[in-house]
Design a protein around this ligand. Structure first.
Ligand SMILES: [Zn+2]
Length: 179
């Protein structure tokens, strides 16, 4: 997920970004096995790609990987980004009250959509060391977590649009997929 329209080019050589039109974005990811020896390499590559493009969240399918891993730059920490690595995340509670906010996605460059999602959630997950963790989030962080967990189930943000809103975008989506 992206914060604002100003993505900056990466300075290192991160893994390739998977964009809309690639079937990798539609597959359901598998759980990360305990002690997966390649997990840290995946996470490091995801961080490089996300930070290089000024993103605030990235899911493994966006780098072509089928494991249930997301990385998030916690927006609650002011100028000092807090790095969150969520392995096998599960949204355990959702606030019935919904809040709409503008979202972008690194896999849909230049496309920003106003979507309504539950305004607060509780997410359970394993950290990079395999320890179970849980936190409650609201506002922007809750939005990022929901957006990224969707990716692990092959769901992308345009899937939350009504049929007619999506029809209005068909040309832009076609152009994105054709690049
Ligand atoms: Zn996304």
């Amino acid at each position: 997920m992206t914060n604002a329209a100003s993505a900056t080019p990466g300075t290192s050589a991160p893994p390739c970004l998977v964009r809309w039109g690639d079937q990798a974005l539609r597959r359901r990811c598998r759980a990360v096995a305990p002690g997966d020896p390649e997990l840290m390499a995946l996470v490091a590559g995801m961080w490089r790609l996300m930070l290089g493009r000024n993103g605030v969240g990235l899911a493994a399918p966006q780098v072509g990987d089928g494991r249930r891993v997301i990385v998030i730059r916690d927006p609650r920490r002011g100028g000092r980004p807090e790095r969150l690595v969520l392995v096998n995340p599960v949204i355990e509670q959702r606030d019935p009250v919904r809040q709409s906010r503008e979202e972008g996605c690194l896999s849909f460059p230049g496309l920003y959509l106003r979507l309504a999602r539950p305004r607060a959630i509780v997410v359970g997950y394993e950290d990079g060391a395999g320890q179970p963790q849980r936190f409650a989030a609201e506002g922007f962080l809750a939005c990022i977590v929901q957006h990224e967990v969707d990716h692990l189930d092959g769901v992308v943000f345009i899937d939350h649009l009504s049929a007619w809103r999506r029809r209005l975008l068909w040309w832009r989506l076609w152009r994105l997929a054709a690049r």
